[in-house]
Design a protein around this ligand. Structure first.
Ligand code: HAM
Length: 420
């Protein structure tokens, strides 16, 4: 127990962490260029926020939340997703009263108690973006473009966008009723989940993975056929933007997302070959959510990408991520007076180099071996003779070449060779 991490969690060790940092840096830089600013919200919120926003009847709220009572008796939950907390922060901090649209992004852990498997964890990480204050389909297109660019810049331009419109509170009940009527003669053949869903959130049956249900639903009515005129216009507008911007997508009239807050646009980023967990990300519009949380009417759209699935996919596609890290310079002590090595090391670190030394009292040979194992580019050997001449021996580890450099010139020498 003491040496076992909780099921569905992961340790990111040095080597792997640098890959995450690289992907996170790409996300941050992309957001900077697209005009999104970072927001950090708490890892836990009042449970009621998720019940209201994600939806009481969803799997996330019914089965997957880490809910607890704190010592003050408050009902809290670890956030299962990022949108609800961002909406709460948007309202609580009066961002709706400032200039619109408000464009935000976040990176961080989320928690869902689901059955762990490859690409599905109980603590996982999302990169998400949310835009508040515009109903223009151009914003939906921008969010989709940002996700497409994210994967293209990581070296995987072949992700697919699956697109649908799930309508609004005006047109959705019409489709729900049609679905109920269509399925009424087949109730006994539907799975238990679908029978229950048909009552509360009928559209979700369209997304059932059960083979018998899928067969029954083959000719079922789907959202795009029942959109009201404003929703149909919005969807057509979004498709025009995407086509104009050269962003490929596949219409999927059965795409219904697992969260209740969506209106109109719903999309997923999928890839072939990741098995059941083939959605790298997903998002859509949620024009009613700010109001549902007690605020004014503020249209909004966003999306979140799963970091673990993204990294899995990159690895599967053989994309090499820079695993920078560890020292680039190792200082070997070989008889120079006490303090000389510490002094040089400090100067190197101040000059911006990742530099390290021995702290285990190793012999010269063992220090050299250790430096090689660390994979440093240069080893500096500070012996008594070199030090007496005001120099240090610098060994280029790749070529094995060694030369003596005046102590004062070492930073400039390294800068030139390490391309700084
Ligand atoms: P979601 O589809 O529930 O949407 O999650 C988005 C992504 O998070 C998924 O596509 C997947 O890559 C990743 N993900 C979800 N659950 C897990 C898990 N258990 N393990 C690993 N990865 C997982 C949302 O969360 C919405 N908040 C997205 C959004 C933002 N909609 C509008 N704005």
């Amino acid at each position: 127990m003491l040496t076992t991490r909780p099921r569905g969690t992961a340790d990111l060790l040095p080597g792997e962490v640098e890959k995450w940092q690289y992907v996170e840096e790409r996300a941050r830089d992309l957001c900077r260029r697209y005009g999104y600013r970072e927001i950090r919200t708490p890892l836990f919120e009042h449970t009621e926020l998720f019940v209201r926003s994600v939806g009481a009847g969803t799997d996330i709220v019914e089965k997957e939340m880490y809910t607890f009572r704190d010592r003050g008796g408050r009902e809290l939950s670890l956030r299962p997703e990022g949108t609800a907390g961002v909406v709460r922060a948007f309202l609580e901090n009066g961002l709706h009263a400032g200039p619109q649209p408000v464009k935000l992004f976040y990176l961080g852990p989320m928690f869902r108690y689901d059955r762990p498997q490859a690409g599905r964890l109980r603590q996982f990480h999302q990169f998400g973006v949310e835009v508040f204050g515009s109903a223009d389909p151009a914003v939906d297109a921008e969010v989709i473009a940002l996700t497409v660019d994210f994967f293209a810049e990581l070296g995987t331009p072949d992700v697919q966008i699956e697109l649908n419109s799930v309508g609004c509170p005006e047109c959705r009940p019409v489709l729900a009723e049609r679905l109920r009527r269509y399925l009424a003669p087949h109730l006994a053949d539907l799975c238990g989940d679908c029978r229950r869903r048909l009552e509360r959130s009928a559209l979700r049956v369209l997304d059932c993975k059960n083979r018998a249900c899928r067969a029954l639903l083959a000719g079922a009515p789907t959202a795009p056929d029942y959109l009201c005129a404003p929703c149909a216009d919005h969807f057509a507008g979004l498709r025009r933007h995407l086509e104009r911007d050269g962003i490929g997508y596949r219409l999927n009239p059965r795409l219904v997302r697992g969260l209740d807050y969506y209106t109109r646009t719903a999309f997923e980023i999928t890839v072939p070959g990741l098995g059941a967990q083939n959605a790298l990300g997903g998002g859509g519009r949620y024009d009613g959510l700010v109001e549902e949380c007690g605020g004014p009417h503020v249209p909004a759209v966003g999306c979140a990408i799963g970091m673990e699935r993204t990294l899995l996919y990159l690895a599967e596609r053989g994309v090499e991520l820079p695993a920078r890290g560890g020292p680039e310079v190792y200082l070997v002590e070989a008889g120079a007076p006490e303090g000389a090595a510490a002094d040089l090391l400090r100067r190197l670190r101040r000059a911006g180099f990742a530099a390290d030394r021995d702290y285990l009292g190793r012999s010269l040979k063992a220090q050299m071996k250790h430096a090689a194992r660390l994979g440093v580019a240069f080893t500096l050997i500070l012996g008594a003779d070199e030090w007496a001449r005001g120099c240090v021996a610098v060994r280029h580890m790749e070529t094995g070449q060694q030369e003596e450099i005046p102590l004062g010139d070492v930073p400039a020498y390294l800068r030139g060779r390490l391309n700084r």
